[in-house]
Design a protein. Structure first.
Length: 287
């Protein structure tokens, strides 16, 4: 089996590429940025299909995406246009070569966050151009392909966090003995999924002889409030100097969602997957 990983120099793609390389998989990586471990290929170019044909993958794990620094901005809109071209080219290739299985990375940011369990069939709420494009690609995949799996990922983390996420900010502040800032008493909750758990989900998918032709939440299932996250990081790093300071705000990203959680039951039912890395154990590996 030959596996192609798009975005193989990115945060998730590079992690997966290295994990598959360790077990001797026939793995090929492509990225717009060249590196020793990947082909340099601009997937926005319609002619990229010629290279894909030469690689001739059995499975495409599609991680490549442009992620904006700020959502609902000019950068967000521009990223959505880039991602539209990338996804269209990958989907068109898989539509032509129907035996090629597509594992598509989508996002749990598509969901409307309510104070309840969120399943794959829960209400969608498009909040920005990035999410709108992901949702369009999901529907295009379901319309055009017969050999696919769509993975809605929550907040991925591991070592070498690249984006200025709340997790990275808390950890860096703790290392520097700076204060940690939370908003609205830190009651907003977030679901963090370790990259090793994402990798194990893909292994489960590949073990199955057929694609699921379905959407699966690949999530931890145990969301955590920001106040609890901050306290855990200070405890694990044995930091008794930093304080947790509260700022009250009406910012949409800081809305309280005290009781929500993402459900991963469908992934357990369909492919026998469930996460094994708790947020406590995951955080210990980041210190």
């Amino acid at each position: 089996m030959r596996i192609l990983i798009t975005g193989s120099t990115g945060f998730i793609g590079n992690f997966l590429y290295n994990k598959f390389s360790e077990i001797g998989t026939d793995i090929v990586g492509i990225s717009k940025r060249s590196s020793y471990e990947s082909y340099s290929l601009d997937l926005t170019d319609p002619n990229s299909s010629h290279i894909l044909k030469k690689i001739n993958p059995d499975v495409i794990i599609h991680c490549a995406a442009s992620v904006p620094e700020v959502f609902m901005s000019n950068g967000d809109y521009e990223s959505s246009l880039i991602n539209r071209k990338i996804d269209d080219n990958i989907i068109n290739y898989c539509s032509e070569y129907k035996e090629c299985r597509l594992i598509y990375f989508s996002s749990c940011s598509l969901y409307k966050i309510n104070n309840c369990s969120i399943y794959e069939g829960s209400q969608i709420e498009i909040k920005n151009f990035y999410s709108a494009q992901k949702y369009k690609s999901e529907n295009l995949i379901k319309e055009k392909l017969i050999n696919f799996d769509i993975l809605r990922i929550s907040s991925p983390y591991s070592y070498n966090l690249k984006k200025e996420t709340v997790l990275k900010k808390f950890i860096e502040s703790s290392k520097n003995m700076d204060d940690l800032y939370i908003f609205n008493q830190g009651l907003r909750k977030q679901d963090f999924i370790h990259l090793n758990d994402i990798y194990s989900a893909i292994i489960k998918l590949l073990i199955t002889s057929n694609s699921t032709k379905s959407i699966l939440n690949i999530v931890n299932g145990n969301s955590i409030t920001m106040i609890d996250l901050a306290n855990k990081i200070l405890t694990i790093s044995d930091n008794n100097k930093s304080e947790i300071l509260n700022i009250n705000t009406t910012n949409e990203d800081s809305k309280i969602n005290e009781y929500f959680c993402f459900s991963n039951y469908k992934a357990l039912e369909m492919i026998g997957w469930k996460p094994t890395i708790s947020i406590e154990d995951g955080l210990k590996g980041l210190q």
